[in-house]
Design a protein around this ligand. Sequence first.
Ligand code: SF4
Length: 686
Amino acid sequence: QSKSVQATETTRTVCTYCGVGCNLEVGTRNGEILSITAPYDAEVNQGHTCLKGRFAFQFYNHPERLDAPMIRRNGTLEKVSWEEVYDYIAEKFTHYRETYGPDSLAGISSSRCTNEENYLMQKFFRAVIQTNNIDGCARVCHSPTALGMQRTFGTGAATNSIDDLKHTDCILVIGANPTDAHPVTGAKLKQFAMKSDKVSIVIDPRRTELARYATHHLALRPGTNVAVLNMMMYYIVTEGLVDDAFIGGRTEGYEAFKAELLAIDLDRLEAVSGVPREEVREAAIAYATAPNAMSFHGLGVTEHSQGTFTVMQIADLAMLTGNIGRKGVGVNPLRGQNNVQGSADMGVQPHQGAGYLDVTRPEVARRYSEFYRAEVPSHIGYKIPEMFQAAMDGKLKALWIIGEDVVQTDPNTQKVIRALEATELVIVQELFMTETAKYADVVLPGASFLEKSGTFTNGERRVQAVRRVVEPIPGTKPDGQIIVDLMNRMGYPQPDYTPEGMLEEISQIVPFFAGIRWERLGKNGLQWPVAPDGTDTKILHRDDFKRGLGYFEFHSWEETAEITEHGERYPYILTTNRELEHYNCGAMTRRTPNGQLLQSDYLMIHPEDARENGISDGDFVCLESPRGKVDVKARVTDEVRQGVLSTTFHFPDIMVNNITSDIHDSEAMCPEYKVVAVRIRKSKGK
Ligand code: SF4
């Protein structure tokens, strides 16, 4: 008899890993989780999960779970009571705010936390501390998506649903490997690509599994997305395939855009991207002539110095061809973390508060101030890289980080460590003693998604109910309750954390949550914007854009400074990727059976590059960049093109981010993880 048969209760909740947002049915008996399956009536995943969602849950009661608050004294973290740690933090926060001003404090919230917890975290900083110094992991993944789509459409979220694959004729997947990073959606895209009457276009330096099935694979050099997309749009215009009616009726800026587009230097763009122009032309014609075409993009678009501009180009492609505002079309970012969409919706960003209202507009600052009954400032706060810089400049005194391992996952690890060491008070709220928690002055033990209730918003704007399956393990608290406790300890009255109460409050300040109530979420949630009567929205921009007319803005390709400054001395380009078995820093998945399936990071290297450097499969390779060096085991494969290497970053013993670059997107400050100039040699390992 299998363990799952023995479960006496089942609870429906939502996966904590990626932005697909699969529904899970968790079987328990006597408070112990025995199994996870997927409900067939789940609109998102219809009975499917991936390796992570179904099997990687045992971290929740792993013996290494943090189980008491800790304060560092004489260099050692000592366990203390919740009362003591709250007093300690409240006293320190008050001291820094009164001595150095509110902007001497900052917070990094977590996309693994619920909407309600993210809302509370940004409210804590805006209303209690009175600073806009609040940011989240979107900074290092999809901040260019939010900014780019807002500039073009007015709204920085997916326009359609994954289910629209049933209604499309063509998919354009750019800078994404959904087979590993968004596996349930990845399987649907693969099934689509295998249909002979459908067209699939993959733009990616790697020959990913999806690329192998695709009709067109444009294997560009990393860092040249803008070049290839400009070539695609050039051919759509010159082949006479634009949708004149859509452009004329729904957009602005087209004539100036077109003039610059027609002046591009095709010879140069073909040379820098390494993609023959005829291949680009064929893909452009395929996309533009499909009755309905959907685009999907991932971090291979955003984690570049021109990430925001690339997102705008993807939106331009949709507008050029009229692929917006109906079923089976649109621009659909594949969001990384389970609730990265929700954390931004809730105001976890320094320039926009809950509901994406611009904090610099006086009427917005007034609205927040009235609603929060506190003086909310109207100047933009620090983004994460600016927080680190402010810490090193002595301006940032206290940093509260929830569920984000910045040491392992942010670029240029040694710089991050210097910033944390320069910060007088680092508070880390976590499940485990992560690489970041090792630098904490205070550690707060939070609760996992299985131990609390609330909502997550998936990559389709779908707000779904997360339901508590088991009680928080002794000594821990739901993250939302910890924030509420600290708000009250600092004299700001905030009712206890309940999803019902929090959603009621959020619905009053976030316009697109107006009709969202806990009891209305049902099994499959609601896609925002939700009207006061509870009607949700499957497709955005049907008749007009949030900004009125869609906005064309041309951007020419520019080589990243990583290559212009370091390319000669470091002639290989390293890019980073993820593996199916693990999630981000691996703090959760490494503590489950998935840790046995993939036990270390590895480096993909082309056979010709391996031969030239005397490297065989399984050898250690020393990767050296201007920031430092790491040793990683080689996997010789033609999945990468010659001159390009790719590695994962799931394991702290390798710490790949020691060598990644903190050059960032020119607009959103998203780091350029995808282009790292390196040189290589065979090594003996560490
Ligand atoms: Fe979880 Fe994403 Fe896997 Fe679904 S596809 S089970 S949401 S990790």
